[in-house]
Design a protein around this ligand. Structure first.
Ligand SMILES: [Fe+2]
Length: 201
């Protein structure tokens, strides 16, 4: 399939994702010293509003953190997942940042899992996502499209290392989206719907 392109805006990945930490020193230790992300910009915000630090995550993209004096405490189950995928509940509130997946090369995936464990990070089981009824595979088969492992940062922000193992095609876009009332917007995506929406002859 020809690679889908955005005809409206020339968007080039993520400039930065801004998150909020409780302790910027611990955040620097974790992201720079444990995960190795270069700290590329630090800002003391004016009028005692806090700090804003940026870490390079490759590809010209970055992960940013705010530290705000007197910010509300972490809210697991609302602002971030209560448990790691495969171990606990994934559900979070509308508008929350559920998790961020960093792209890693598939040939380095297993080595990286070992390296994270050696650094004392508690990992989820490796989830090889596929199109089977359970949507995960114990082994890497031709059906697997992404390999994932999850862990928490010091504030309970859920992180993922993810490696694509397949290209998508038209068959990968096959589900109508849910609406707020729990019904599916029938025909918005599916071929059946497209046929149904075609103008009458
Ligand atoms: Fe993910």
């Amino acid at each position: 399939m020809a690679k889908p392109t955005n005809t409206q805006f020339d968007i080039r990945g993520v400039n930065h994702l801004a998150l909020v930490c409780k302790d910027m020193a611990k955040t620097v230790e974790f992201y720079r010293d444990v995960l190795g992300m270069p700290l590329i910009k630090t800002i003391d915000l004016p009028h005692g509003m806090g700090q804003h630090f940026f870490f390079d995550i490759g590809n010209g993209d970055s992960l940013a953190f705010f530290w705000f004096p007197g910010a509300p405490e972490a809210a697991p189950g609302i602002a971030s997942p209560q448990g790691l995928p495969g171990l606990g509940s994934l559900m979070t509130a509308h508008g929350s940042m559920n998790h961020i997946a960093f792209n890693v090369p598939v040939e380095k995936f297993d080595d990286y899992c070992g390296r994270l464990k050696e650094k004392g990070i508690k990992l989820s089981p490796v989830l090889n996502h596929d199109n089977s009824p359970n949507q995960v595979s114990a082994t890497v088969t031709d059906e697997v499209f992404v390999r994932s492992v999850y862990f928490f940062d010091p504030d309970g922000i859920c992180l993922e290392f993810a490696a694509w193992t397949a290209d998508f095609d038209e068959s990968d876009v096959a589900h109508d989206p849910m609406m707020a009332d729990g019904r599916k917007a029938e025909g918005m995506i599916t071929a059946h719907g497209k046929a149904a929406l075609a103008p009458a002859e």
